[in-house]
Design a protein around this ligand. Structure first.
Ligand SMILES: N[C@@H](CCC[C@H](N)C(=O)O)C(=O)O
Length: 279
């Protein structure tokens, strides 16, 4: 089957056009193809499927085969995929996800999308299935002291359709995420596991972030994570609402604007290469 390797800010997935042919067992396929030594390599796979209520439906699978409810970097790439190929050649594209329909405004040069702004919907607290702490069910927990990897961390909980915790730290470069990340991901406080953002505040409009994603480990960027980060930064008084904030990630920058009604994310969308793979 033909695949397209794409990335948004270095968060790379293997994309399949499933508008006509569905893939059986995408979970195992994601585990197999994400392997960076023995296969194509990536943070997971993304299926572009038919939708009855939007231009297309996106399904994304992490590198461990688990299905994510939303992916901020992948949704920009899905918009690029369908725009560039003429499947939906329009400036405003709707994509159905497990966390609802998202609207994407694309910016194109010479007929190809280079970047996009996504209305990511309203940030919220975690659902009662996602957190065991009573006061955090359906509400933001702001600066909650959490024990992980032998230390106490102040975390802020945010759902961007998928669950995140954000912790503000003096330095992100020195953190050994391979070692500490799994302690956050598998904490009993979060029965469905959790995505964790480690964030340094540079100034009121610039943040530096590294992420440990549930199901994929450290990635070069996380779109929903950057949105959760700016939401947490506003809730903790580090940044202002209705203002563009640049989130610097290992794979590039994302620009996030938090408003009371929705969070907006702008970033690139890049096609790296195409190929065929036996599935
Ligand atoms: N990289 C993504 C998020 C992917 C899903 C996440 N790991 C989850 O399981 O919730 C992004 O750009 O948002």
């Amino acid at each position: 089957m033909e695949f397209t390797k794409m990335h948004g800010a270095g968060n790379d997935y293997i994309y399949f056009n499933c508008l006509e042919n569905m893939i059986e067992d995408p979970e195992s396929l994601s585990i197999r193809l994400s392997d960076r030594h023995f296969s194509i390599g990536g943070d997971g796979i993304v299926l572009i499927c038919p939708s009855e209520s939007a231009d297309v439906r996106m399904r994304m699978f992490n590198a461990d085969g688990s299905e994510g409810k939303m992916c901020g970097n992948a949704i920009r790439c899905v918009a690029k995929y369908i725009y560039d190929r003429g499947i939906a050649r329009k400036d405003d594209i709707n994509v159905e996800t497990l966390s609802g329909i998202k609207k994407i405004h694309v910016f194109a040069e010479n007929g190809k999308v280079t970047s996009a702004t996504v209305n990511m919907g309203k940030a919220a607290g975690l659902t009662s299935d996602e957190i065991t702490i009573e006061e955090g069910k359906g509400k933001f927990l702001i600066g909650y002291p959490m024990e992980a990897a032998g230390k106490s961390w102040n975390v802020t909980t945010v759902s961007m359709g998928n669950p995140h915790i954000v912790t503000f730290v003096p330095e992100v470069k020195d953190l050994d995420l391979m070692k500490i990340g799994p302690h956050f991901e598998n904490s009993p406080l979060f029965p469905e596991r959790i995505n964790t953002e480690f964030v340094r505040v540079i100034d009121r409009t610039t943040l530096e972030m590294r992420v440990w994603e549930r199901g994929s480990g450290e990635t070069l960027a996380c779109g929903t994570g950057a949105c959760a980060t700016v939401t947490a930064a506003v809730l903790n008084g580090h940044c202002d609402k209705d203002t563009d904030v640049t989130v610097r990630l290992i794979g590039g920058d994302l620009v996030i604007r938090y408003t009371d009604d929705a969070v907006f994310m702008t970033g690139n969308a890049v096609e790296a290469f195409n190929g065929n793979v036996e599935i």
